[in-house]
Ligand binder design. Structure first.
Ligand code: GLC
Ligand code: CA
Length: 577
């Protein structure tokens, strides 16, 4: 049993809404807050407890709202503050909570602080950002921006460079300055005082940079001579990270009953445990990325594709399950607005789409931690068949293709096939195509022209059809979400991996006292006979299944093996005693 009483977010399921792509109420092609408010019935039918809203703040939209120009204002394209207040009240009235995205590693270059900061070195806001003198007439370090090019941009008015880990329109804040941290705390209080229920903190482990002994940011180790280098080792997990987060807890968070999740690329299990330690840490959970990197070539960019080896996924998730078993807490996710669609990535978006989408949901919801469902994943939405770059909108994708083509030379309009293949597999726009509500025009998302094309498969994959079909991916998710409430072992049970070396089956147990749950997932289109060894399925209760079992579980067991059909997933409560 846990040594501290369960907090509400430990038995909650979070649903992520990407506002631009959820529901457009006024036909301008962009999803908005009134649109979200009109779809709360869908969320309630699914049974989620918490809604995480990607940014709806004022923004020039260089990175779809992750570049904020006013932390206390709603972007006009999304609606008004009154619309926001109404959404919050409506969610609360339905017993759901609301989590805001907090994007404070950087601001927009249009934020008033940066507008001031860039004017002169004497400006009081100058110290809010990270500046450095040129070195040899060029950028101060060899760091690459995550969105391509140098991480440093020249500012003529002050004769210096400023740091931007992401686009040049997203200057990094300098968290070494107490005034910056106080402003962030004030922003958090502003939203908490309105009644929001917590924060998802964007790239929060980037806020403490690793400064050199001379007070400057050093060069990153050179792994590819002549190229810009990944500065992650110096921008992520810096020496003051835990201190900054604990301060946040101390001065703001502990005064509110809220949920916090820190997005932490490159975080280690040890640091995550320290951050999520209920007694001495700061946040309730983090988003780690290890399992999102397994289908890229090791040490290379996400665009260098590699087929997933299921054993890697099992090893990775098990490491995290174990690392946070006694102290800390896991978040559980397979998708979000930055990742491709999970059914296309780890499942099969062809003939086995429904079975594999349900299998993936079972695998995720069976683990210990707080599950996050990304909008559309409850329908088994798929990657988009992008065949030319003109169909893409995401700055990361567009910059990658531009830079790669420039390096290769030749016709910049003719994007090479290998790059488009990478975009189809990994591009963030895959997750951002409009939510598929109906089989009708624009999938019922908008009466106008959507900002990003609707997937042609909305004629069959859509919420209306899914709700009407008791065997749909949606209802499978709904049942899994409901199980979390009725099965304490699903929340608290200890995790143990079974068949670690099996190439296509992911199986594990969750044990709480005398109750033992078994999750078995076939990650392949090939049927498999799984040796049961000492496991006894006699008398087991089927809590979730994605294939019909007209003759019961016994019909799947013969000769000491469990027969699994393509992408079959079972969640069982084993008989005790
Ligand atoms: C996070 C967001 C991503 C954004 C980046 C910069 O990774 O999830 O969408 O581009 O931070 O803010
Ligand atoms: Ca709109």
């Amino acid at each position: 049993m846990p040594h501290t009483p369960a907090r509400w977010w430990q038995h909650s399921v979070v649903y992520q809404v990407y506002p631009r792509s959820f529901c457009d109420s006024n036909g301008d092609g962009i999803g908005d807050i009134p649109g979200i408010a009109s779809k709360l019935g869908h969320l309630q039918a699914l049974g989620v407890d918490v809604v995480w809203l990607s940014p709806v703040y004022a923004s020039p939209d260089d990175d779809n709202g992750y570049d904020i120009s006013d932390y206390r204002a709603i972007a006009p394209q999304f609606g008004t503050m009154a619309d926001f207040d109404a959404l919050l009240a409506a969610l609360h009235a339905r017993g759901m909570r609301l989590v805001m995205d907090l994007v404070v590693n950087h601001t927009s270059d249009e934020h008033a602080w940066f507008q001031q900061a860039r004017q002169s070195r004497d400006n009081p806001f100058h110290a809010f950002y990270i500046w450095a003198e040129p070195v040899d007439g060029g950028p101060p370090t060899n760091w690459a921006s995550i969105f391509g090019g140098s991480a440093w941009e020249w500012n003529a008015a002050t004769g210096e460079y400023f740091l931007h880990s992401f686009s040049r329109r997203q200057p990094d804040l300098n968290w070494e300055q107490p005034a910056v941290r106080q402003e962030v705390h004030a922003v958090m209080r502003f939203w908490l005082d309105k009644g929001v229920d917590g924060f998802r903190m964007d790239v929060i482990n980037l806020v403490s940079k690793t400064w050199g002994p001379d007070g400057r940011l050093p060069n990153a180790p050179v792994t590819r001579p002549g190229f810009l280098q990944n500065g992650f080792s110096l921008t992520a997990n810096g020496p003051r990270l835990l201190e900054f987060l604990r301060e946040m807890r101390q001065v703001v968070l502990r005064h509110h009953d809220c949920i916090t999740v820190g997005e932490c690329p490159g975080i280690t299990p040890d640091l995550a445990r320290a951050i999520t330690d209920a007694d001495t840490g700061a946040l309730d959970m983090v988003f780690q990325f290890d399992h999102m990197d397994l289908d890229s070539q090791p040490g290379q960019s996400k665009w260098q594709l590699k087929p997933l080896d299921l054993r890697d996924l099992k090893r990775s998730l098990s490491t995290w399950q174990q690392a946070l078993a006694d102290t800390g807490w896991n978040s559980l996710y397979f998708g979000n607005h930055d990742q491709p669609r999970v059914v296309s990535r780890f499942g099969d978006d062809g003939p086995w789409r429904e079975a594999s989408a349900k299998m993936l949901a079972t695998c995720l919801h069976g683990l210990r931690g707080t599950p996050y469902v990304y909008q559309g994943d409850e329908l088994g939405m798929t990657n988009y068949p992008f065949d030319h770059i003109g169909q893409c909108r995401d700055i990361e994708t567009l910059n990658m293709v531009r830079d790669a083509m420039a390096q290769r030379g030749g016709d910049p309009t003719a994007v090479a096939a290998d790059l488009m293949a990478a975009v189809r597999a990994k591009g963030r726009d895959n997750a951002r195509t409009p939510m598929q509500w109906t089989a009708g025009p624009q999938a019922g998302f908008s009466s106008g022209t959507p900002w990003l094309a609707v997937h042609p498969n909305h004629t069959t994959i859509n919420a209306e059809a899914a709700l009407a079909d008791a065997g749909s991916v949606f209802h499978h998710h709904r049942q899994l979400i409901a199980l979390r409430r009725s099965e304490p072992a699903l929340v608290h049970g200890r995790y143990a991996l079974l068949w670690p070396d099996h190439a296509t089956v992911f199986g594990y147990t969750r044990t709480l006292g005398a109750v033992q749950l078994l999750v078995v997932c076939n990650f392949s289109a090939q049927p498999v006979d799984l040796p049961l060894d000492t496991l006894d399925l006699a008398g087991a209760a089927v809590l979730s299944a994605n294939w019909p079992l007209p003759l019961g579980l016994d019909a799947l067991c013969h000769g000491g093996a469990l027969h699994l059909r393509p992408y079959e997933a079972l969640l069982l409560r084993l008989a005790t005693g």
